[in-house]
Each structure stands twice: as C-alpha cells, then as structure tokens.
Design a protein around this ligand. Structure first.
Ligand code: AMP
Ligand code: MG
Length: 404
C-alpha cells in the first residue's frame, strides 16, 4: 500500500521514461501462432527468418531476351527456348539467347537480359540487339531480397499490410506473435450515459469509451469493456475486483483536483497509487498505480485530455509491454501559421491541421471539445515557457502516427 503525489510538474519526457521503465518490468511474454489473415496489428514475438533465398533463383526483371554476355559479339543470336514466369528453363545453349519474361528464372549459363524494346527479330528469326549492353543487366540475382537464415523482421516488429506481405512472400502462413494485451476500459462519472439511451438532466454521452475501445483495437489489444462506473466508492471497489485478469486497467475521469477520487481511494487501500501532474496541456492530471498487481492508468476525463494522454503516454506504454522498440511517433518540423504570445507553464498540444504548409490550430482548444481532434490532422507542440511568431518552426505529430 502506498500513495504519492508529485509536488512539481513532471515533464512529458520524465513521465514517458517512468512509464516505459514500468512497461519493461511487466512485459507480455506469452506467444501464439496466428494465421496471416488474423495477424494485422499484432507484434512479432520472435524474429522472422528467411527459410530460403528470396528470390530463390536469379530471374529476369524485364520481358526480353536472356543471353550470356560473353557470347555477344554484335551479331544476331538464334532464340533457343522460351521461358515464361512459372516455368523451369533448360540450360542455355552456347551462342544462343532465350526469349524470357518478367519473373521467369534465368537459364543456367545466361547472365544478362536485353529488354524487348532493344531487340529486333530478323527475317531468319534471329535477334539483333541495339543500344548498350552491360553484363548482368536486367537480372534480379538470387537472394537479392534476403538470403536463407537472414532475419527479415526482428522480434518486436508491428505487423501491418507490408510486414504481412513480406511474411507471405517467404511462405509463412502463420506468424509467432505476442498474445494480445487485455485492457479494461472504465469510464467514470455519474453524468455519463451510453449512446442509444435517453439523456437525463445534467447527463452527457460517454465518448471516451468509444475512443479508447477503437484505438486499443488498432493497437492490437483485446478490450474488456468495463462500462460506466458511477462516482461511488463501493461500486468502484467492486468493478476493480472483477478485473483481476487484465494486463492494464485504463480509466478516464475522476482524476481532476478536488474531485471525490474513488478510484484513487481503492488503489490506496488495495494497491498503489501515484498522482502525477504533467507539464502538458491538455492532460495535466494522471493516475498511475496498480490494483492487486494489475497496472492501472487513470486518464483525465475531458475528451481532448484523454486523447493526448492516451496517444503520448498510454500508447507507447502498451507497445513497449509488447516489446516494441520504436514507440515514439514520427513527427515533423513545420512553420507555425499562428503566433503564441503568452508563454505557458505547460507544453501545449494543440489540435491542428496543415494548411498551405503551415500549422493551423482549431479555433476552440477547450479540452472538452472532441471535434477539434476530428478536424485536426495532428498535434502541434508549443513548448513550455516559450512564445511563437508566425513562421517559427514547431513540432507537429500527425494523428495517424498515434492512432496506429
Ligand atoms: P473528470 O476528470 O471526471 O473531472 O471529467 C472532466 C470532464 O470530462 C467533465 O466535464 C466530464 O463530464 C468529462 N468526461 C469525463 N468522462 C467522460 C467520458 N467518458 N466521455 C465524455 N466526457 C467525459
Ligand atoms: Mg468525473
């Protein structure tokens, strides 16, 4: 049982370093073989090795004629065989060439391909080549892509269309992946109602649940939907009690200063709790801890705060638990299409777009406005203690980097 509150603000880097260290201390180790068709978004548990050279044999990169370069003296050559993709060629008869098509194996003895645009059939059926010929041209050598036994994808690779295509090209029908992390999503707040239900006085629809469920699925997690948790101590205790089997309990709401903090109270009693104050805006308060050994992360409830803290902190944490090394989003430096005259204590993540090559923030940056993020293409970073003039360079993190 322990509890602590940070007295000074934690920088994003400090918070991220702490979370990544926690993730590395609690790695997901179990693995399973999953068919390629079901392995999108999953993380490779073992390096994927090339079971054979790729391509397995030298082949033609062009439709044309295959020859031994040394046989060519500028005179026409007879065509001694025709090699389609998918066929097995005979060795090339010395002093002849072979009609060959893209992807067809090179016949033994041939080392060069002339594309058909540079070849002309004479009336006797022999081919004359024009243009420069370089030895080895238009041939894809055996093992050009990889050689047998080579690591083609390291463990910890995230699998998407390209990686799965690469695995398919090597003949894998299934791949060894980490099991999906089970993440429980809890939405706290008496005011929350699920869409489809009538809204009573003072109530709003629960949007964070939907954001997090869709997002977690994109990250390859298995979601346990904990539903809406009323602001009530015994219900909170009971809800947590039912979540013993998950890898992470992710809650939103109820971490604002001054609020009756039921989640925190249960963690203090039955686990561990640290209340973080982050030097970012939106997204200052964050609860971290564990409940009976299960890590718990409590994100602030305002929709834009949930988005920023999930994208910048929970996402890399989860990926690192799966053994993913590159968890930082790719970002770009772009000129600001706005100015910022009041230096802030906290780093701001503005929901923004790129217009004419410049970063333009959504007009209303209230953390309650999720529409700002739907409009936006990314998060524009305005550093703490700093001002910006139009045209100054700032960091822009595309939402597409965070969402996948
Ligand atoms: P809290 O962190 O509980 O003080 O919530 C901060 C703000 O976010 C309040 O305006 C809440 O109504 C709102 N909020 C909390 N949870 C959700 C949710 N799941 N969906 C939409 N808004 C929420
Ligand atoms: Mg609340």
């Amino acid at each position: 049982m322990s509890s602590a509150t940070q007295s000074s603000l934690l920088s994003l880097e400090q918070a991220l370093a702490l979370l990544l260290a926690q993730a590395e201390a609690a790695p997901i180790l179990e693995q399973e073989w999953v068919a390629l068709a079901a392995a999108d978004t999953r993380v490779l548990a073992e390096p994927l090795l090339a079971p054979r050279d790729m391509p397995p044999w030298a082949n033609s990169a062009m439709d044309g004629y295959a020859l031994r370069y040394a046989d060519w003296r500028g005179a026409a050559l007879a065509v001694s065989q025709r090699i389609q993709a998918g066929s097995a060629p005979q060795p090339l008869q010395p002093g002849t060439c072979a009609r060959i098509f893209t992807g067809a194996p090179m016949p033994a003895g041939a080392d060069t391909v002339v594309m058909q645009e540079n070849a002309e059939l004479d009336p006797a059926g022999q081919v004359l080549f024009s243009g420069d010929l370089k030895p080895g041209q238009n041939v894809r050598p055996q093992g050009q892509e990889c050689t047998q036994g080579e690591v083609v994808l390291p463990a910890g690779s995230r699998l998407g269309p390209i990686e799965l295509g690469l695995a398919a090209s090597l003949g894998y029908a299934a791949v060894p992946v980490k099991r999906q992390p089970r993440v429980a999503v809890l939405s706290t707040g008496d005011e929350l109602v699920e869409p489809g239900q009538p809204l009573g006085p003072g109530q709003i629809y629960n949007s964070n649940r939907q954001v997090l469920i869709s997002w977690l699925e994109r990250l390859g997690c298995a979601v346990v939907d904990g539903g809406i948790l009323p602001d009530d101590l015994s219900l909170t205790r009971a809800a947590l009690h039912d979540l013993a089997e998950v890898d992470l309990i992710l809650s939103t709401g109820g971490v604002s200063v001054g609020e009756a903090d039921y989640l925190g109270q249960v963690l203090r009693e039955d686990g561990e709790l640290t209340l973080w104050k982050l030097a970012i805006k939106p997204g200052k308060p964050l609860t971290c801890g564990q409940y009976r050994g299960v890590p718990v992360m409590g994100l602030p409830g305002n929709p834009a705060s949930t988005l920023v803290t999930f994208g910048l902190l929970a996402r890399p944490y989860l990926l690192r638990r799966l053994g993913v090394q590159r968890v930082a989003p790719l970002a770009m430096q772009l000129p600001a299409g706005f100015s910022w005259s009041k230096p802030g204590q906290r780093r701001e993540y503005l929901r923004a777009r790129i217009e004419h090559g410049r970063v333009v923030p959504y007009a209303n940056q209230s953390s309650g406005v999720l529409r700002s993020a739907a409009w936006a293409e990314g998060l524009a970073e305005v550093m703490e203690h700093s001002t910006l003039a139009e045209g100054d360079s700032l960091r822009f993190i595309p939402l597409s980097e965070l969402l996948g």
